[in-house]
Design a binder for this molecule. Structure first.
Ligand code: UD1
Length: 430
C-alpha cells in the first residue's frame, strides 16, 4: 500500500521537466516486437506499467535492459506468442501485444487486459478490425486466441476513434500484405508518436494525426533509436496543481499545443499562460473562477484523463463548473473522496456540477484509479491540514517520482510505500 501525505496550503512555484509519456511508451514497447530488431528508447518514464511491459517482453523471449530513462530491447530472440493471465491483468496496455504478436508470429494467445476500472472498456473494435485484416479469433471466457496465416491490408473504418484500437490496427498492419487504410482513426499525439516510431522501424505511414492513416508497406530495419515524447497528461496535472494552489510554474521541454485544451480552460478560469514551442509558464490567480461547462472528447478535445485533475483544480473556484464525461461511463470515481475533503459536487448521469467552496479540509481518502488518485493529491495541495491518500499502486502506474516533482515545486508531499499487510497505524508520522 502507498500513502501520500500532503500538507496543503503551499503555492507551487518553480520550473521542471516533464517525464516521458506513459501512453506513448507502452504501445511503442509492444511495437518493438513487430519485426526482429534492436530498439533503444530514450526518455522512458520509470513507472510500474513500463515494468510490466518489459516483463511481458522478457516472458516472450526478448532481451531487455534498463538504465535510468534508457531502455534497450532486443526482440530478435523472441520465442513465445503467449502471455500469462497474470501479466495481462496488470495493465490495460498489455492489449497492444495482440496486434504486435499477430504481426510477428501470426498468432497471439492472451487474455483480456486489466487496468483502471473506468467502465466496461470492451475491445470489440480491436477484434473486428483484426478479423478484417485476416485474423481468426477465438474468444473463450477471458481468453483470446488470434491466428492468421496471412494478414491482408484493407480499408477499415472505426465507428469511434478508439486510441487502443487504432494502435493495435497499426501494429498488426505492419505485417499485412498490401496497403491498410484506416478511416476514423484516433488523432491523439500518442498515435503520432507510435507512427513516428513505426516509420523509424521501416513502415511507410502517412496521415498520422488525421482521421485517415495509410500504412503502405513495411520494410523492417534492424535498429531504431527513439525518444519518447513528454507526457501531456502529466503536464496537464502540473498545470492543474499550480492553478489549484495559486502557483506560478514553468514546464520545460514540452509541446504546449498537445495539452492546450486543458490550458485554454485554465486560462478561462483566470490563469495567465505564456508559451512558446517547447515551454509553458502558468501563473494562477489566488482564486480561480469557474469557466462554465466542459465536455471530454477525443483529441483535440478535452482529454478524459485530465478531467479529474481539472475538477480538483476548480473545487475552490468562484462559481459553478459543469463537467460532462463522454468517453468513459465510470470516470467520476474520485468525487466521493473529493467530497470528503469538503468539495461540493453533484453528479447526475455523466455530468458533474462543481460549486466552488471557500475551504477544503485534509482527511484520509482512498485512490480509486490513476488520475482519480492524482486528483486527490491535487485537492490535498489546497486543503487545510493534512490529507492522506491511501493507494494500492494506481498513482505510481502513471507518475514518475510524483512526490519529488511536487516537492521541487514547493509542495509538502511525502510518499511512503509499505507492505499491503501493514496497517495505517504504522504510517510514519511527520
Ligand atoms: C487510451 C488511454 C487512456 C485514455 C483513453 C481515451 C492508453 C494506454 N490509454 O485508452 O489513458 O483515457 O485512451 O483517451 O493510451 N471502446 C469500445 N470498444 C473498443 C475500444 C474502445 O467500445 O474496442 C470504447 C471504450 O470503452 C471507451 C472509448 O471507446 O468508452 C474510448 O476508449 P479508447 O480510446 O480505446 O481508450 P483506451 O485505448 O482504452
Amino acid at each position: 500500500m502507498d500513502f501520500w501525505q500532503i500538507r496543503g496550503g503551499r503555492r507551487l512555484s518553480g520550473s521542471c521537466e516533464v517525464q516521458g509519456s506513459k501512453n506513448a511508451a507502452l504501445p511503442i514497447l509492444a511495437a518493438s516486437i513487430v519485426c526482429p530488431c534492436r530498439v533503444e528508447l530514450l526518455h522512458v518514464p520509470q513507472l510500474s506499467d513500463v515494468d510490466t511491459a518489459l516483463a511481458i517482453l522478457r516472458a516472450l523471449g526478448c532481451q531487455t535492459k534498463r538504465e535510468g530513462e534508457r531502455v534497450w530491447i532486443d526482440s530478435r530472440t523472441l520465442t513465445h506468442s503467449e502471455i500469462s493471465h497474470k501479466l495481462m491483468a496488470r495493465m490495460r496496455s498489455s492489449v497492444f501485444f495482440l496486434g504486435a504478436l499477430t504481426a510477428r508470429c501470426g498468432e497471439a494467445l492472451l487474455s483480456l487486459p486489466g487496468g483502471c476500472q473506468l467502465g466496461q472498456r470492451p475491445i470489440d473494435l480491436h477484434l473486428a478490425a483484426l478479423r478484417k485484416l485476416g485474423c481468426e479469433i477465438d474468444e473463450a471466457g477471458d481468453n483470446i486466441h488470434c491466428r492468421s496465416r496471412e494478414l491482408r491490408g484493407c480499408e477499415l473504418t472505426l465507428t469511434f476513434p478508439s486510441v487502443g484500437a487504432t494502435e493495435n490496427i497499426l501494429l498488426a498492419a505492419c505485417a499485412a500484405r498490401g496497403e491498410t487504410v484506416l478511416h476514423g482513426a484516433a488523432r491523439e499525439p500518442e498515435i503520432v508518436a507510435l507512427c513516428r516510431f513505426l516509420r523509424a522501424l521501416g513502415a511507410d505511414i502517412v496521415g498520422a494525426g488525421s482521421d485517415t492513416i495509410r500504412l503502405r508497406r513495411f520494410q523492417a530495419r534492424e535498429y531504431v533509436r527513439f525518444a519518447i515524447p513528454p507526457d501531456r497528461i502529466v503536464s496537464s496535472t502540473l498545470c492543474c496543481a499550480a492553478a489549484a494552489t495559486g502557483g506560478d510554474i514553468v514546464l520545460k521541454a514540452v509541446d504546449p499545443t498537445e495539452f492546450s485544451a486543458v490550458t485554454d480552460f485554465l486560462k478561462a478560469a483566470g490563469c495567465v499562460i505564456i508559451q512558446n514551442k517547447h515551454a509553458l509558464r502558468l501563473r494562477a490567480p489566488q482564486q480561480l473562477r469557474s469557466a462554465g461547462a466542459l465536455y471530454t472528447s477525443p483529441y483535440p478535445g478535452f482529454p478524459t484523463d485530465a478531467q479529474p485533475l481539472l475538477m480538483a483544480a476548480l473545487l475552490r473556484a468562484r462559481g459553478t463548473t459543469r463537467i460532462t464525461e463522454t468517453i468513459f461511463e465510470n470516470r467520476f470515481r474520485q468525487v466521493a473522496a473529493l467530497r470528503r475533503l469538503g468539495a461540493d459536487i453533484t453528479v447526475r448521469g455523466c455530468t458533474a456540477e462543481i460549486r466552488g467552496v471557500r475551504r477544503l479540509y485534509g482527511t484520509e481518502v482512498t485512490a480509486t484509479d490513476l488520475r482519480g488518485g492524482a486528483s486527490m493529491v491535487l485537492a490535498g495541495l489546497c486543503a487545510e491540514g493534512e490529507t492522506v491518500v491511501c493507494d494500492t499502486g494506481h498513482i505510481t502506474r502513471g507518475y514518475e517520482s510524483f512526490d519529488r516533482v511536487l516537492q521541487e515545486l514547493g509542495a509538502d508531499v511525502k510518499w511512503t510505500a509499505i507492505g499491503m499487510r501493514d496497517s495505517l497505524s504504522e504510517l510514519p508520522k511527520g
